[in-house]
Design a protein around this ligand. Structure first.
Ligand code: GCU
Length: 610
């Protein structure tokens, strides 16, 4: 009998059964924890030699000898023992951080890399649990503690956590955390194997250990349902989560509720409230809330605001607002690679504010949590997005499940951030029936888990001839905001084609131009017809802002893009050299002429009545 198929089936079953996946940990950002950031030992495993045995059965599926299974982090105990791998003495990778920009040889590396961190178990009282949390890992992470599987996560931009209480060695003995990160792209993944951004792999965000009571607050939402009503829920996790009392208080608001959780550990509330200082870009005020579930309590700072639409108007706290935005990729300013941390967020948001922005499109995937947290305190509104980008496998149920899980993880992480006003379902996806089914389902899911924000997606425009364009994508019917990308003057003719262009829409909804722009090499100058010159890019911005002024349905715009970013599709020697040059700022921080063109437009717009 051929053994292999049986073993493969067993592999799949055992891998699933090894799951210690823990639900969300709301407000992890402000909770006390032990950071595991820093230098981790590592080695590349392009041939997957330390994940599969010689007949391609995953080592973590078979009980018999684990052989050269890197997750065992084994070292020969005497001269007779044989291992053909090891972490001790290997080079380090800094966590958080992509591997591509830490070693020249990894710039284009796509495959698996094994990371290892030794750590002492955090101190905890009897009954307390230890949650191991990753801010994100691109793209698939297989996580092992002391050689036992904690679980697997796919999706490169959202947080995930495992309850590792039962896997830890107590006392002073060292614990071994081994993570295999595989950043290989695939047709069935989200995003697929085709992107206009660099496939930065690795443990790209913070890693930490959280000691929590056995029953703890795993999730909550505290947001305005309308100007005078505060609503939300709290979710407990743990053996005693049912019929527990949870108090939510904000002394400054004179607000307090005492809730009793249901059999599933959940309780909701809806109470009248008067927020004297509504959150807005000019006054990003946040109230301090305490969520107290007895053994577990956490404090969060939450801005209170409303966001709604009225015909083609966007209303922030009931007042029309024009979104002076800019698109950004998560490219670390001036150093390249995946951005993370306060400094990167401060530079990027600082640049947007310098431009005169009150809005940013965090494209095309969930950015690190420092961005929405800092946007909350600096007063920048945000569009956040899942990487349902271009050529998704629309008919594959596993692909949809992946997209929905990433959306859930994003919404759960940022549901209390006032700055976030739009959840975007997709970017530039084809108008075909299976795509519409996919996006409608995703939008319905977003509304089901967070009814307080607007839904959109960056759509294509359609040409009607004679420079007439229409946004006719059927998904616009299911969105709150109709957003579309257009590149007249770059992919269509030169900016001379802009003065005659005219847009029409089928819905009476606010419109956001979610992308327009053109490339320029910083420092390259010529007349405005010289492609790639700063003058050409500035001309395109001058003509497009006039087009915006001629299109009254437009309630916001997020030109493409704040800064140049690394891309595998941009090779033009001497001009692109592996970078998409549509940034208003060069890879070394140079402001291009178009930066000042847009800045002048935004400063003038800011004085206009919307
Ligand atoms: C597209 C796409 C972006 C891409 C941009 C470009 O609209 O949404 O991800 O980078 O165009 O071509 O530069």
């Amino acid at each position: 009998m051929r053994l292999f198929p049986f073993l493969t089936l067993l592999a799949f079953a055992e891998t699933l059964s090894a799951q210690h996946e823990s639900p969300a940990l709301q407000n992890a950002f402000l909770r006390p924890h032990t950071s595991l950031n820093g230098d981790w030992q590592h080695f590349p495993d392009r041939y997957e030699a330390y994940f599969y045995d010689f007949v391609r059965v995953p080592f973590d599926s078979s009980k018999q000898g684990r052989g050269d299974f890197a997750a065992m982090d084994a070292v020969a105990r005497d001269k007779t023992e044989r291992y053909e791998y090891g972490f001790d003495g290997t080079p380090v990778l800094h966590v958080p951080g992509d591997w591509n920009t830490q070693y020249e040889r990894y710039l284009l590396y796509e495959g698996s890399i094994w990371y290892r961190k030794k750590f002492p178990a955090p101190k905890r009282s009897a009954g307390e649990r230890v949650i191991l949390r990753f801010g994100a890992a691109n793209y698939r992470a297989d996580v092992y503690v002391n050689g036992q599987k904690a679980g697997v996560h796919t999706g490169g931009f959202t947080p995930f956590q495992f309850d590792v209480t039962g896997l830890l060695r107590g006392g002073d003995s060292s614990n071994s955390l081994v993570v295999r990160v595989d950043n290989q792209r695939s047709r069935e993944a989200v995003p697929t194997d085709v992107t206009d951004w660099w496939n930065y792999g690795g443990l790209t965000r913070d890693v930490g250990l959280y000691v929590l009571p056995n029953t703890y607050v795993s999730d909550y939402q505290i947001q305005l349902a309308d100007a005078k009503t505060l609503a939300g829920f709290v979710q407990l996790e743990g053996t005693n989560r049912a019929r527990q009392t949870v108090k939510i208080d904000c002394r400054e608001l004179g607000f307090g509720v005492s809730l009793t959780t249901d059999a599933n550990g959940r309780a909701s509330f809806r109470e009248s409230v008067t927020a004297k200082r509504m959150w807005k870009p000019s006054d990003p005020y946040r109230y301090s809330f305490i969520v107290d579930a007895g053994p577990d309590r956490t404090t969060d700072r939450i801005g209170l605001r409303t966001i709604a639409t009225q015909g083609t108007k966007l209303l922030l706290n009931g007042e029309p607002i024009f979104l002076r935005g800019i698109s950004v990729h998560e490219e670390a300013p001036s150093r390249g690679g995946r951005a993370n941390g306060w400094e990167d967020a401060a530079v990027t948001i600082g640049r947007a504010k310098e431009l005169g922005c009150n809005f940013m499109r965090l494209a095309h995937y969930p950015h690190n949590e420092y961005m929405p947290r800092l946007a909350d305190s600096l007063g920048i509104l945000l569009w956040e997005e899942v990487p349902v980008y271009w050529t998704i496998a629309w008919g594959n149920p596993a692909t949809y499940a992946n997209a929905e899980r990433q959306l859930t993880e994003l919404i759960t992480r940022d549901r209390n951030r006032a700055a976030v006003i739009i959840w975007s379902m997709a970017n530039e996806t084809p108008d075909i029936p299976e795509r519409l089914t996919f996006l409608k389902r995703l939008a319905a899911h977003a509304r089901a888990i967070d009814g307080t924000r607007l839904i959109s997606a960056a759509l294509f425009k359609a040409g009607k001839g004679a420079q007439q364009y229409e946004v006719a994508d059927p998904f616009a019917e299911f969105a709150d905001v109709v957003s579309f990308n257009e590149y007249i003057g770059w992919y269509e003719g030169t900016p001379a084609a802009l003065p005659g262009a005219k847009f029409s829409f089928r819905q009476n909804k606010p419109v956001i131009i979610s992308e327009f722009g053109g490339g320029a090499r910083a420092g390259l100058h010529g007349d405005s017809l010289t492609r790639w010159s700063e003058e050409y890019q500035a001309w395109l911005y001058r003509e497009t802002t006039k087009l915006v002024d001629r299109t009254p349905e437009v309630a916001g715009m997020t030109p493409w893009i704040l800064a140049d970013f690394r891309s595998p599709r941009r090779n033009l020697p001497g001009i692109q050299d592996g970078w998409n040059r549509k940034g208003l700022i060069g890879e070394h921080g140079e402001r291009k002429l178009a930066f000042y063109t847009l800045q002048a437009y935004y400063h003038e717009r800011a004085t206009r009545k919307p």
